[in-house]
Design a protein around this ligand. Structure first.
Ligand code: PLP
Length: 395
C-alpha cells in the first residue's frame, strides 16, 4: 500500500476526529520513521512525547515479546508479579508509595480527581472542589475535560463536571485568591504542554506546595507529558525539589504501549478502598512489561544526563535562530520539551518540515513543539535544526 492507498481507505471509514498530516507511517527505528512510500523522516514529535525511547527500542520490544508468550491479560481479581514490579519501580524512583495502573493519561487524571474528591469527602471535611488552570490540558474524558482550561475542547460538551474551577497559570496570588472553603485540590502541569510549552516562573511549584500546606489542599501534578525524563529529570517536579500528593503519568510510561498511572502517598491512597475505583485493563501484563523495560532504561542517570545534554543542544540551536529570524519570538521549554514561539500560525512551517523529512507539531496555534525521543543524537539534533532553518527561510 502507498501513502495514497492508506489515506483513501482511512478517509472512507474513520470518524474524522483528527486533522491529520498527509503521511502514512509504516515503520520506525530509533528517531526515524518511514512512510508507506519508503521515505524517511526524523521524528521530533515522537507520538506526542510518547516514544521517548525512540521507535521499537530493543529493551521494550524484547519485554513485550517475552510477556506475550507468558500472559497477556488477567483480571484485577488476581495478582500478577509484573504489575507489582512496575509499581515498585515507580515508587522507588518518585515520591510515591502507592500506584494505581490504568490505560491512558485522561484515565490517570480521572483517577486523580476521584481520589481527591474521595479524600475530601472522607478526610477533608466534605470539600470537593478541584482548581485547575487556564491554558491547561488534562485529557478528554469529562472530568479531565472540565479541568482543561481551553475553550476549544469544551465546545458542544456542556454541562461539564461541576466542582471544577480554573485559575490563572503561573500566578500564585491568583491561585491563593481562588481557593474557596470547598476547595480540596489544585491540579497543574509542571510545564503546560498542549497549552504551548508554557514554563512557569522558578518557584511556582514550590509556591503551590506551600499554598497546599497552608490551606490543607492536595497538590496534583499532571506529569503525563513532562514525566519520564522529558525535561531531563525523571519527573519535572524534581527541578524544584518539591513533591505533589498525587501525580498522573501516561504517554512515555509504556515505551509506546498504552498505559497510565496514578501515583500517591500511603496517607492519600487510604481514601481509595476496595471497589472505589477500577478498570478492566489496569495493570495489564503486556503494558506493564513494556513499562518496566521503559522505566528501567529511562531512570538510569547516564540516560537522563544524555537527555539533558541533548536538550541543551536543541535549546541553544533554537536560541541562535531566534536571534537571527525576525519571525521567531522566544524559545521555551526544559530538556527535550522545547517550544518555538512564532509571530503567526505555525501550520505552514510544520508542513514544510514534513516535506523536508522532519516531524514536529504546532500547538496553541503558533508554538512549534519539539519533543524528540530522549535517545536523540547530536547529529540528529543538528539535522533537525537545519531542516527547521530551511522551513523558516521558505516561509
Ligand atoms: C496527553 C496529555 C493528557 C491526556 O492523555 P491521554 O493519554 O491522551 O488521555 C493529559 N495531560 C497532559 C499534560 C497531556 O500531555
Amino acid at each position: 500500500m502507498t501513502n495514497a492507498d492508506v489515506f483513501a481507505r482511512n478517509a472512507a471509514h474513520e470518524i474524522r476526529l483528527y486533522a491529520r498530516q498527509p503521511l502514512a507511517l509504516a515503520r520506525g527505528s530509533g528517531c526515524s520513521v518511514w512512510d508507506a512510500n519508503g521515505k524517511r523522516y526524523l521524528d521530533f514529535f515522537a507520538g506526542v512525547a510518547v516514544n521517548s525511547l525512540g521507535h521499537c527500542h530493543p529493551a521494550v520490544v524484547e519485554a513485550i515479546r517475552r510477556q506475550a508468550g507468558e500472559l497477556l491479560h488477567v483480571s484485577n481479581h488476581y495478582h500478577t508479579a509484573i504489575e507489582g514490579e512496575l509499581a515498585e519501580l515507580l515508587c522507588r524512583h518518585s515520591f510515591a508509595e502507592r500506584v494505581f495502573l490504568c490505560n491512558s493519561g485522561t484515565e490517570a487524571i480521572e483517577a486523580a480527581m476521584k481520589l481527591a474528591r474521595r479524600w475530601g469527602a472522607e478526610m477533608g471535611g466534605g470539600r470537593y472542589e478541584i482548581l485547575a488552570t487556564h491554558g491547561s490540558f488534562h485529557g478528554r474524558t469529562f472530568g479531565a475535560l472540565s479541568a482543561t482550561g481551553q475553550e476549544k475542547y469544551h465546545r458542544g460538551y456542556f454541562p461539564l463536571l461541576p466542582g471544577v474551577r480554573l485559575a490563572p497559570f503561573d500566578d500564585l496570588d491568583a491561585m491563593e485568591a481562588a481557593v474557596a472553603p470547598e476547595t480540596i485540590a489544585i491540579m497543574v502541569e509542571p510545564i503546560q504542554g498542549e497549552g504551548g510549552v508554557v514554563v512557569p516562573k522558578p518557584g511556582y511549584l514550590r509556591g503551590l506546595r506551600a499554598l497546599a500546606e497552608r490551606r490543607d489542599l492536595l497538590l496534583i501534578f499532571d506529569e503525563i507529558q513532562t514525566g519520564m525524563g522529558r525535561t531531563g529529570k525523571l519527573f519535572a517536579y524534581e527541578h524544584e525539589d518539591v513533591a505533589p500528593d498525587i501525580m498522573a503519568l501516561a504517554k512515555a510510561l509504556g515505551g509506546g504501549v498504552p498505559i497510565g498511572a496514578l501515583c500517591t502517598t500511603d496517607r492519600i491512597a487510604a481514601a481509595f478502598t476496595p471497589g472505589a475505583h477500577g478498570t478492566t485493563f489496569g495493570g495489564n501484563p503486556l503494558a506493564c512489561a513494556a513499562a518496566v523495560a521503559a522505566l528501567a532504561t529511562i531512570a538510569e542517570p547516564a540516560f537522563l544526563a544524555h537527555a539533558t545534554a541533548m536538550g541543551t543542544r536543541l535549546r541553544d540551536g533554537l536560541e541562535r535562530r531566534v536571534a537571527r529570524h525576525p519571525h521567531l519570538q522566544q524559545v521555551r521549554g526544559l530538556g527535550l520539551m522545547q517550544g518555538l514561539l512564532l509571530d503567526g500560525p505555525g501550520g505552514a512551517i510544520v508542513a514544510r518540515c514534513l516535506e523536508a523529512g522532519l516531524l514536529i507539531n504546532c500547538t496553541a496555534d503558533r508554538v512549534l513543539r519539539m519533543t524528540p525521543p530522549l535517545i536523540v543524537t547530536a547529529d540528529e539534533v543538528d539535522e533537525a535544526l537545519e531542516i527547521v532553518d530551511g522551513a523558516l527561510a521558505a516561509a
